[in-house]
Ligand binder design. Structure first.
Ligand code: COA
Length: 151
């Protein structure tokens, strides 16, 4: 692991361009409109507690991000469950432990908010992602099944 020079901090509105830049590099196509909606819901809205994080290198360049959703329930109490919505690490910085550091700090933050379970959806044919999540101690849910039907 070479993550000593990586700092993890809460995501801010100003990180929008960096998040879109990383996502574009990862996907090969830009989707700013998708992130406008995500930032509105996860960073700017009062319905969700701030949980999303970014990873910065020693020059304060954002090199990775993780976006999560933790809804504020009745009486302002957080839900027990949170969702890992999306994450990305700049391809030039992948396989250096930054994704793992983001997940670990994200989980630590959720623990402090008394969250008990973190959910995410993964394409089981995506061996890269399956490898990443299993190495981060995620396992298939024992309670939830992703139901679908052809329309
Ligand atoms: C998935 C992703 C976030 C991982 O970030 P990362 O910083 O490269 O991950 P790490 O270096 O912390 O990897 C931790 C472990 O995960 C596993 N892993 C990571 N990338 C992997 C790959 N391509 N294939 C298999 N296992 C992999 C390994 O066990 C790795 O440990 P190791 O390097 O000691 O073998 C990054 O590859 C990425 O941004 N992918 C594209 C976007 C994406 O798919 N996002 C998730 C969906 S929302």
């Amino acid at each position: 692991m070479k993550t000593d020079n990586i700092t993890i901090r809460l995501m801010k509105n100003d990180d929008f361009d960096a998040v879109v830049r990383i996502d574009t590099k990862v996907l090969g196509t830009a989707r700013p409109d998708y992130y406008v909606k995500k930032f509105q819901r996860l960073i700017k809205s009062n319905d969700c507690i701030e949980t999303s994080l970014v990873a910065e290198d020693e020059n304060k360049k954002v090199v990775g991000f993780i976006m999560g959703e933790l809804i504020i329930g009745d009486f302002g109490i957080c839900n027990d469950d949170a969702t890992l919505d999306t994450m990305g690490v700049d391809p030039e910085f992948q396989r250096k432990g930054i994704g793992k550091k983001l997940i670990n700090d994200f989980i630590l933050h959720l623990k402090q908010l008394e969250v008990r379970k973190l959910h995410t959806l993964v394409d089981k044919n995506d061996s890269r992602l399956m490898g990443f999540y299993s190495s981060s101690h995620f396992s298939p849910s024992e309670t939830f099944v992703n139901m679908e039907r052809t329309v």
